[in-house]
Write a protein that binds this ligand. Structure first.
Ligand SMILES: Nc1ncnc2c1ncn2[C@@H]1O[C@H](COP(=O)(O)OP(=O)(O)OP(=O)(O)O)[C@@H](O)[C@H]1O
Ligand SMILES: O=C(O)c1ccc[n+]([C@@H]2O[C@H](COP(=O)([O-])O)[C@@H](O)[C@H]2O)c1
Length: 208
């Protein structure tokens, strides 16, 4: 586990990172800046429970690429969920809260994940354990804010202008952060790699 200190504000950014890309980095930096986080931990999952992981590259390979993409002194890339023996975010967050009770954790996710958050194991319990920051994503804003989870948690949403206090709030609390809207995806990158030379199915790298 990365190095931590009492009172630190840490963003938890779970993902398949298959592969990591510039929008992961851009979303992390937006959350870091707007929420006043000290660090962001990329939690490279052993396998998203809702995805078909048969073609997922080995954890160590995804971590190595993620470290090259993250290249930031305040982003830590870790695969510790595998060591913990879980792929469920509730268990990860509950374990971290027990183990590091003085750290102020925030769970960061892209808007596509909020759209399906109600399918995660114990999603309401996750929202009860840790504040959530949702980073806007091209094509996902409406599906996210109209989703069952967003509706169920609507009264706990705070204004974006108050994002800086999110890490200090007792959960449930969440914020929707506008301003990225990147179209970059791992799916697009994998498709671009698989496409015959001369064709362009999308993907690519986020440049900011
Ligand atoms: N372009 C983006 N804008 C905002 N958030 C993003 C973006 N791409 C990924 N994320 C978020 O990063 C986290 C990890 O995502 P993941 O590793 O699955 O990347 P992905 O590009 O969504 O992959 P895939 O296309 O394979 O589903 C998720 O919370 C996801 O919502
Ligand atoms: O806990 C769950 O039920 C759950 C269901 C779907 C996704 N997640 C987590 O959400 C994060 C984003 O996953 P992904 O594949 O969209 O990058 C990653 O940490 C997953 O383990 C977790």
């Amino acid at each position: 586990m990365p190095w931590v200190t009492d009172g630190l504000r840490v963003g938890l950014f779970g993902g398949s990172f298959n592969p990591a890309h510039g929008a992961h980095r851009a979303a992390s930096l937006i959350a870091m800046r707007r929420l006043g986080l000290d660090r962001v931990w990329w939690l490279v999952t052993p396998g998203n429970p809702l995805k078909d992981n048969r073609a997922l590259p080995p954890l160590e390979e995804r971590i190595a690429i993620a470290r090259r993409v993250a290249r930031h002194p305040r982003i830590d890339v870790t695969g510790f969920e595998a060591a913990l023996g879980t792929r469920y975010s509730y268990e990860t967050v509950a374990w971290l809260r027990r183990r590091l009770p003085t750290v102020r954790f925030v769970w960061i996710m892209g808007a596509d994940n909020l759209a399906h958050f109600d399918r995660w194991q114990r999603w309401r319990a996750i929202a009860d354990l840790v504040p959530l920051a949702v980073v806007d994503r091209m094509g996902n804003s409406l599906a996210a804010t109209a989703s069952p989870a967003a509706q169920a948690l609507a009264r706990y949403r705070i204004d974006e202008s108050d994002a800086r206090v999110l890490a200090d709030l007792a959960p449930p609390a969440w914020v929707f952060l506008h301003g990225l809207k990147s179209p970059v995806s791992s799916t697009g990158i994998r498709a671009a790699r698989a496409a015959p030379a001369g064709t362009n199915p999308g993907g690519g790298q986020h440049t900011s």
